[in-house]
Ligand binder design. Structure first.
Ligand SMILES: Cc1cc2nc3c(=O)[nH]c(=O)nc-3n(C[C@H](O)[C@H](O)[C@H](O)COP(=O)(O)OP(=O)(O)OC[C@H]3O[C@@H](n4cnc5c(N)ncnc54)[C@H](O)[C@@H]3O)c2cc1C
Length: 387
């Protein structure tokens, strides 16, 4: 945030303690905050920069990312990989700091990377901790002070800068970077307090802020819940999510004791929840037969074999059994005895089954957050606040 121009911080007064003064306070010292503090130190030598974080242990979310390996980027990134805002706005941000610059910075920090198809980048050590150590080490070498736990509960703008206050003390900063994350995995320290700090500075937040990349809950009686651990490649769509093509994903769907997870479900969850948050009545459709409905129909019209045997050619046995039960078709039924209406039921359940979603697994199981401060309130070339 740029230096404020009006109104004194309310804690400034004759009897109030005189807070320590720094050039830049970064609130939140995880992936974004550590990176931003480093960039600031690099941009202007001699600044007094303090990175504050409310967490006792830094970088909890970095450490769990990518299953503990930290998939820290991708070789090819474009505006199509992002949701929210508009493609031109995202393009502008990405152009300002392309992937090549990210890779150069990591190399400068002494972090070797390795690439996995289709372009995913990991630390060569395969340990997320190496990423955290590289960032913290770089920060220390750059002379940035890291202070934690230091939770900021209040942020006020005044003539002499910003006042940051919390249980661990007071600080005045000429400029502030808010890098407090979203609400996903609140035990890591990012519990949404940052939105209140931003609102105190005049920002708005989007009408809906909901989990993204989150497993979905299914109705109690849903048979998919009876086969936890079973996974299959599928196409997933959200129907009734407004005008335009229904959002869709393709990848593994994992059945669990509470509902469904896996990459295809995590990826589509934000679309389902966004539609719900905007008052629509979305439906989640799973096509368990990515080879296509016609292919399955052809197979079912063959005269030899059984229903279960045919489904098991492409699906795990337990899933085949559950889908047959949903279609009220006996898995052992010989194909030559499968009548037209049973075949139709089976095709519908396997290739366009609507699953009864009742909610999501919650912030503590979400990987990311959808929503927040609209990009329109930021200068896209620097991400500086317009407020
Ligand atoms: C299980 C899981 C797996 C993931 N895997 C990947 C992956 O492989 N690749 C990938 O790119 N992303 C992954 N992510 C997402 C990634 O971790 C986040 O996008 C990233 O951590 C966001 O960084 P951030 O710095 O913006 O926010 P956060 O990491 O949430 O950090 C915000 C920081 O701000 C601090 N803070 C909040 N409020 C205050 C306050 N009031 N005062 C002081 N400090 C405060 C918090 O303590 C926290 O340290 C994963 C996430 C999860 C949960």
């Amino acid at each position: 945030m740029p230096p404020p121009t009006s109104s004194r911080p309310s804690l400034e007064g004759a009897d109030a303690p005189v807070p320590e003064v720094v050039d830049l306070a970064v609130v939140g010292a995880s992936a974004a905050g550590l990176w931003a503090a480093l960039a600031a130190a690099r941009a202007e030598a001699g600044l007094r920069i303090v990175a504050l974080d409310g967490a006792r242990h830094l970088g909890a979310k970095i450490l769990v990312s990518g299953g503990g390996r930290c998939n820290l980027g991708h070789r090819q990134v474009s505006e199509r990989d992002y949701r929210g805002s508009t493609p031109p706005a995202i393009r502008q941000v990405l152009r300002r700091f392309p992937v090549s610059a990210t890779l150069d910075r990591f190399r400068e920090l002494g972090l070797d990377l390795h690439e996995e198809p289709p372009g995913k980048l990991y630390p060569a050590t395969e340990r997320a901790r190496s990423v955290l150590e590289a960032l913290v080490g770089g920060l220390r070498r750059a002379g940035v002070e890291l202070r934690h736990p230091f939770r900021v509960e209040r942020l006020e703008g005044g003539t002499s800068g910003f006042l940051l206050a919390g249980p661990q003390g007071l600080l005045t900063a000429r400029r502030v970077i808010l890098a407090t994350g979203g609400r996903a995995l609140p035990k890591s320290g990012s519990d949404g307090r940052g939105y209140a700090l931003a609102r105190a500075m005049g920002h708005e937040t989007t009408a809906a802020i909901h989990p993204a990349l989150v497993p979905l809950l299914l109705e109690e009686g849903c048979r998919l819940r009876t086969i936890p651990g079973t996974a299959a490649e599928a196409r997933v769509r959200v129907l009734g999510a407004g005008r335009g093509k229904p959002p869709r994903t393709r990848g593994a769907v994992l059945c669990t004791h509470f509902g469904i997870s896996g990459p295809a479900v995590l990826d589509i969850s934000r679309h389902y929840l966004a539609a719900e948050a905007s008052g629509q009545a979305p439906q989640l459709e799973i096509d368990w037969w990515p080879a296509g409905r016609d292919e399955l129909e052809r197979r079912l019209l063959e005269r030899h074999g059984t229903v279960g045997g045919t489904l098991r050619e492409r699906l795990p046995a337990r899933l085949a059994q559950v889908l047959a039960a949903d279609a009220a078709v006996e898995p052992g039924l010989p194909l030559h005895r499968l009548d037209r209406s049973a075949r139709r039921r089976l095709l519908a359940v396997v290739t366009e089954g609507i699953v009864p979603v009742t909610g999501h697994r919650g912030w503590h199981k979400a990987e990311t957050t959808a929503g927040g401060i609209p990009l329109a309130q930021l200068r896209l070339e620097t991400l500086e606040s317009r407020c």
